[in-house]
Write a protein that binds this ligand. Structure first.
Ligand SMILES: NC(=O)c1ccc[n+]([C@@H]2O[C@H](COP(=O)([O-])OP(=O)(O)OC[C@H]3O[C@@H](n4cnc5c(N)ncnc54)[C@H](O)[C@@H]3O)[C@@H](O)[C@H]2O)c1
Length: 391
């Protein structure tokens, strides 16, 4: 008999919202220690039944899942406008919650959610957890080790032509709670806060490029017209407490561009951070004004490319996609009594920054970002390794 220590009991996970993104979560869950898929649910029972059959789990009604004693953590993969109600119900039922981003649509609701989780003594986690992948951790280590010195300035760009040509039901992207800032801002702003610390002030211009979008994705919604009700181009300046000033451009009104995702300018050199939509990638950096050099994260834990989207052209390379990593990290944090890193508090700070950007776009004035937060602790490679199911 081995004298190994007994493992902590795995958290039973129930997925609510079995749409596009649920597939990769349900597929990845068996790769991770400490979490176990027990059931799924959707407001459309047929969607839950289909995913349950595919991933060998049980479909339940939303109410039954929320009341199930074998579910310790609710994974909320519904659309942003449903995030608050589902997460709040789950927290109130004494469940831990991990939510897709954004934390919810509405700042007051975000604050209530974080407060309620604290009051109930349950953990609230939120995507993105991409910064815990190999690429995000490598960039963080290099920043903390002073590879480019003190970060003074930088830029972040996410620009494309929108979502209506690939998503089967893209309505929510163009309504309040969506838009490039709330939909994709969490990756970029989350990565920046993990690297640089909290934001104190923003100043922004926003606009709706096209008043209407026509769905071209093949399926039941082809040809549907969507009225755009939230800005689709956002140009913002972010002031970080540590001193850096970052210009951020997020738009779904751009056919083509050639800007890198995140570039940082430090006192001793520059850095290009890997795409924060994914978990791997190469950190590019310079020593002073020298040539760009590359540090590849594909040999790191959760850095190896393992996934490609069915919508990508054959020329586009595979990417590292380890969705569920933040849930496994949350589960381990519970058993070790430590703070989890992809936390509701971090997501709330990012939500505050995003709403401040939208508010500044409306008012034309700078807006302060209230509650400062601590950066999540750096995750060493050895700890990341333990989140991966062994054997
Ligand atoms: N699609 C992506 O590539 C992607 C990537 C990263 C993150 N996300 C995030 O994941 C979330 C879901 O996105 P998606 O693309 O999977 O959307 P989706 O529309 O494909 O799926 C959402 C699912 O939630 C269900 N739902 C809606 N309201 C519900 C409710 N009140 N109770 C139960 N079920 C409900 C819908 O029926 C649907 O099946 C969003 O927050 C999005 O920002 C999506």
């Amino acid at each position: 008999m081995s004298a190994a220590l007994p493992r902590a009991k795995a958290l039973g996970v129930g997925v609510i919202g079995t749409g596009v993104i649920a597939g990769v979560y349900m597929q990845n869950m068996p790769l991770f220690e400490g979490i176990e898929l027990r059931a799924c649910a959707d407001i459309r029972p047929e969607a839950a039944a289909a995913q349950a059959a595919k991933y060998n789990t049980e479909a339940r009604s939303v109410d039954a899942l929320l009341a199930s004693p074998d579910i310790d953590l609710v994974l909320n993969l519904t659309v942003p406008n449903a995030h608050y109600a589902i997460s709040h119900e789950a927290v109130s039922a004494g469940k831990h919650v991990f939510s897709e981003k954004p934390l919810c649509a509405g700042l007051a609701d975000g604050r209530k959610l974080v407060a309620e989780a604290e009051h109930r003594g349950v953990r609230l986690g939120c995507a993105p957890d991409t910064f815990l992948g190999g690429g995000g951790r490598l960039a963080r280590r290099m920043i903390d080790e002073g590879k480019i010195g003190h970060v003074l300035a930088g830029s972040a760009f996410l620009m494309s032509r929108g979502m209506e040509h690939w998503h089967p039901d893209p309505e929510f992207f163009f309504k309040p709670g969506g838009g490039p800032i709330l939909d994709l801002g969490p990756y970029y702003i989350g990565a920046l806060v993990n690297l640089l610390g909290p934001i104190t002030k923003v100043h922004a211009l926003t606009s709706i490029g096209l008043p209407e979008r026509v769905v071209t994705t093949a399926g039941p919604r082809t040809g549907d017209r969507i009225k755009v009700e939230t800005p689709t181009t956002v140009m913002a300046l972010l002031q970080f407490a540590a001193g850096a000033q970052i210009s951020l451009a997020m738009s779904w009104d751009v056919h083509r561009h050639s800007h890198p995702g995140i570039e940082l300018y430090g006192s001793d050199g520059s850095m290009r951070v890997p795409d924060p939509n994914f978990f791997g990638g190469t950190v590019e950096f310079t020593e002073g004004a020298g040539d760009w050099q590359g540090a590849d994260s594909s040999g790191m834990v959760f850095g190896k490319p393992n996934w490609r989207s069915p919508n990508w052209p054959a020329t586009r390379a595979d990417q590292a996609n380890y969705r569920c990593l933040g849930i496994a990290e949350l589960a381990r944090s519970i058993s070790h009594g430590t703070p989890h890193r992809s936390s509701g508090k971090l997501a709330l700070h990012v939500l505050e920054a995003m709403y401040a950007i939208l508010q500044s776009g409306e008012s034309g004035s700078p807006v302060d970002v209230g509650s400062p937060i601590d950066r999540p602790a750096e995750m060493p490679e050895a700890e990341a390794f333990l989140l991966m199911k062994q054997g």
